[in-house]
Design a protein around this ligand. Sequence first.
Ligand code: PLP
Length: 406
Amino acid sequence: MVDYNKAFETAVAAVKTEGRYRVFADIERQCGRFPTALYHPDNGEGSREITVWCSNDYLGMGQHPGVVDAMQKAASKVGAGAGGTRNIAGTTHYHVRLERALANLHKKEAALLFTSGYVANEATLATIARILPDCVIISDALNHASMIEGIRGGRSIKRIWRHNNLDHLEEILKEIPADRPKVIAFESVYSMDGDIAPLAEICALAEKYNAFTYLDEVHAVGLYGEHGAGVAERDGVLDRIDIVEGTLGKAFGVMGGYIAASAAIVDAIRSYASGFIFTTALSPVLAAGALASVEILERSNDLRQRHQERAARLKKILTEARFPLIESVSHIVPIKVGDPVQCKKVTDYLLEQHNIYVQPINYPTVPKGTERLRLTPTPLHTDAHMDVLLTALDDAWTALKIKRAA
Ligand SMILES: *Cc1c(COP(=O)(O)O)cnc(C)c1O
């Protein structure tokens, strides 16, 4: 007899043996108090205040009064849900306005909303492969799981280019016959290392070999460029990217995903992508909040500038204290631990002893042996927050005997 439950237990036991069993922290965010939140331990102890150092709400927009107000107003006006797929009663005025704003932001003719950035990548990449039969998708080695799944789902030929390695990318482009469709799929900010792709050089290669470009700007939209359109805006290459993909859930602080592209591309994805067609539209409340967030971040650079300044300061003080930082040119501050068990121990220690919340980043999110803490300073993390963090890290590194940088 098959013992079904046993099979699932064995699967979990394997993850536990490797030290990468994931434990979710029960957090209650408190509007207006970010990065402070309430933590509810699962051991029956009462809740307590913690400082969050690992949120992807990079600018605190999830609690911005303009965003929260827009959502409350929308809920009062039209209620909670969209009521259907986009095709069947689910296209509200909020969706239409948000898509227009996103198209404008990225200087494209059109944009298309999805229920998450994950779904946007998965659905769009799979559909590209259907529309361009026998295309070859050339995928950066560190692309996000949602892109990998989308490419797999499209069942086209996939070639992997070594992370951000232009020579290798060109080598692959050269090998593919000129008349064969080629899609280069990559990210701008890679969220675990904090490095940034050389967009202009990649675009130049795409133009030389007549390839199509698909860029995931999930960790850059709202954060880079004069209007928050991402690294492609900062680097002046918006018009050289065929499809930009982004999320409304990270810097924009709400939820949802999207692509922006030419009208023809968006119309085709809209017409063919299963992950767009057969699912209830985003709540209009979410669309209203996202629209407010996009507009606020389009108008002003203040939060973006303070964000970069905060990240630079954190990197500086951690480097001076000889913590083994993984070199990052972005707002992401990774500290290498290099072992999953040790990594989990550090984060448990920080939470238990110092009320500091950082989630351990383990395989398969990053390669084995590169387990790390991933700190995400926001404009709302003060010098005082940083000083407390530094003292706590010092204590953890000493107590757990972890190696410092040379
Ligand atoms: C988080 C993430 C996504 C998915 O976006 P969601 O809106 O969270 O689903 C896509 N790409 C990258 C690189 C990501 O880190």
